[in-house]
Design a protein around this ligand. Structure first.
Ligand SMILES: [Zn+2]
Length: 462
């Protein structure tokens, strides 16, 4: 058996742990790493919530953390307790964004008793479960750090943690339970160990998660690639898929239909285009969607088709506006089209690659909008009287490829600490293991595709 310490290298001796003879539900034990008066021990009085009776900030954090731990305990089987260390610490953060938390296994093991695949790393908690014994007695299995600065000046100042267990956070709050549940999943094995900078396998060996990672562009699994090919695959958004059979089997029940443009006219362009749904404005409709004629935006200034300035002519009234990316925020473009009477908007990328990403937030946008690629934009501009629908395509899954394999997060450039070890952001509804936590998650009740992925890597589910 081989073992590598990854994080928290210092010995962490635990108090006596009493084991009953047979434990089926996994016992996820929280080890509080915070000093007195801080983080999980914060004595600041807190108003008890309907779903969290804690009377201090620290108590509410502990209750919420334990709820996340219990959720995984009730989902996975293990006769060996899982020891998770947790701590509040400053994480990289700014006024507009930041790292909410980070987590990972404390150690990984290969070639232990019962290991299904030889020469393959498994995270400690999973290895313990498979071996039926604690392979590293007296040491923690994983660690999770939560941002202690959230909601303070310079770190998402207008935000803050929500400690209720009911998923009812305010729009500006971040659901601590969802973040805990997400981070615990990383520690339980929802991560790969391949170097983002060199493409090398961790300590010369594949890990069980990455054995399910396949690049449809190269037609290769990660463990069949050279380091250079792995570097290419990790930024191959839309082509990096999870091949585990349990995730693939569950995907149609979990993922919704994919956002699309259905071109109705002219005949030469007829068909569906995959698009990027905007993160703002109303969702696209399933039944029939919105049909309209395309009109090119023209604001008469600078790049006339960028819709960065108000549009005064009437060309867009009742039409679906076609706009070019660049010069201003996506929300500004769509709001200018909306003010000019457009009933929908399409933003074409101004550089080769994927569709315009359509990020941003505005409560004032009331028309649907989507992003398309430069090439798709050129094709529509080159045609006469284009009629199309903004629609949800019932035949394709949002977050999977056309073969129904669920996509992994693989943006270009690589996002250290996020790429590969999450599902892709195109998944809809949002998944627990996307790189960003969204308010639609209900982590107390729905772990969506994550248990299926654990099933794939060798966990026994309850
Ligand atoms: Zn994550």
């Amino acid at each position: 058996m081989r073992m590598k310490k990854m994080l928290a290298r210092g010995a962490v001796l635990l108090g006596a742990v009493s084991l009953t003879a047979v434990v089926h539900a996994a016992d996820v034990v929280l080890i509080n790493f915070d000093p007195p008066g801080f983080g999980l021990n914060d004595p600041t009085p807190a108003e008890p919530l309907p779903s969290n009776p804690g009377t201090t900030v620290g108590e509410q954090r502990l209750i919420s953390f334990q709820a996340g731990a219990n959720k995984w305990g009730a989902t996975l089987q293990s006769d060996v307790p899982i020891f998770v260390a947790a701590s509040f610490q400053p994480r990289p953060c700014s006024a507009n964004g930041g790292v909410l938390a980070s987590a990972g296994p404390a150690s990984v093991f290969s070639d232990f008793p019962g290991a299904e695949q030889a020469d393959t790393w498994y995270v400690g908690a999973l290895a313990d479960s498979v071996a039926g014994e604690d392979l590293d007695p007296g040491f923690i299995d994983s660690v999770a750090f939560f941002n202690s600065e959230l909601g303070t000046p310079g770190c998402l100042e207008n935000s803050g943690w929500y400690y209720g267990l009911d998923g009812n956070e305010a729009p500006n709050e971040i659901d601590f339970l969802a973040v805990v549940t997400h981070e615990l999943a990383h520690g339980l094995g929802f991560l790969e160990l391949v170097s983002e900078s060199t493409g090398a396998l961790f300590a010369g060996r594949q890990d069980i998660y990455s054995t399910f990672m396949f690049d449809t562009n190269q037609g290769k699994f990660f463990n069949e690639m050279t380091d250079a090919e792995r570097l290419q695959a990790q930024v191959s958004s839309g082509n990096l898929v999870w091949t585990g059979e349990n995730v693939t089997a569950q995907a149609p029940e979990t993922l919704g239909p994919r956002s699309a443009i259905q071109i109705l006219r002219p005949k030469a362009l007829k068909g569906f285009l995959d698009v990027q749904q905007a993160s703002f404005g109303p969702p696209l409709g399933l039944n029939g969607g919105m049909t309209g004629q395309v009109a090119l935006a023209n604001d008469g200034e600078g790049v006339a088709t960028d819709a960065c300035e108000p549009i005064s002519n009437r060309e867009l009234r009742g039409k679906i506006a076609l706009i070019d990316r660049g010069g201003c925020a996506f929300t500004t473009k769509v709001l200018n089209a909306q003010a000019a009477g457009a009933k929908g908007a399409i933003v074409a990328n101004n550089q080769p690659g994927g569709p315009a990403p359509m990020g941003g937030f505005s409560p004032f946008v009331t028309i649907p909008s989507v992003g398309i690629t430069l090439e798709q934009g050129d094709a529509i501009k080159g045609a006469d009287k284009v009629n199309l629908k903004l629609i949800l395509n019932p035949d394709k899954l949002a977050g999977a490829n056309d073969d129904g394999q669920v996509l992994l997060y693989a943006p270009n450039p690589v996002q250290p600490g996020s790429s590969k070890s999450h599902f892709d952001t195109s998944a809809s509804p949002d998944l627990l293991m996307e790189p960003s936590i969204t308010s639609s998650l209900d982590a107390a009740n729905d772990l969506d595709l994550t248990p299926a992925l654990f099933d794939d890597i060798g966990w026994i589910l309850q």
